[in-house]
Write a protein of this length. Sequence first.
Length: 312
Amino acid sequence: MTTEPAVAAERHASHTPQFPWLASFVILGAIWGCSFWWIKLGLRAVSPVDVAFARLAAGAISLLVVAAVTRTRMPRKAATWRHLFVLAVLLNSVPFTLFAYGETHISAVLAGIINALTPLTTLVAALTIFGQQRPNLKIIGGLVIGFAGVLVVIGAWHGPGGGQLLGIGACLGAVACYGIAFPYARRHLTGLADRPVALATGQVLLGAIQLLPFAILTGRIHQNIPGSSLLALAALGVLGSGIAYILNFHVVNHAPATIASSVAYLTPLFAVIVGATFLGEAVTWYEPVGGLLILAGAAISQDRLHRRRRRG
């Protein structure tokens, strides 16, 4: 039986204005799309390892503040921290470093488009490593189209030079890490009593700790750091690795699952816009065409087009 205070609280909650999930969705895509621009600016002053470490350190501080304000209790089980450590490697410290290194050789636009491969690498990991999904014709066809898109994006017929290949390979390694991370998290960190903010805070904090010794040993900081680089690193950490997690949780909690997981389709659009507008990077005809093939492959493999027709 529902008590009167509970009913009153429920009525109050129902009348309390909430931030619309669609706004969170668009802002999240914009933040993650701008991250490649901010990485490029940060690289003008510090090394790739320092960019990744600064991103995680600022993100961890932001999330610790949020956890303190919301009185969120950190995870208490050792097993949870072990899984968060692995997830920090796969989702933070290694891919953040790889993307930063990759952008020393390729444009922010190209890095952002390669990031659109994340849904496909996640699907590959779910099929081959975790056995969470069975292959079918749509999945196989989507993967073929998506990875054909990769060849178009990089202009494989031009035979890219060694430096560009290193950058592309680093970014592909980063999205491969993302692909393994998401099914790993689904298997080991879903259904826990810990609040999402606690898990995100622990994960980002562990990522910063993982990179700290490498930042000390290999870090390279210019004497005169441009203000634009400092602002970019702050935005990369506070927004890209702090606020973005909170927005992501808001979308996941309030939007349909098929929508919540599709932010990767929005991110490359912002990456192309800001890279071309603010960095003056040239966009070849085949980069957006290849990006569209990648997104189409992801949509087909996830059966999104069929679901949309059924909803219509």
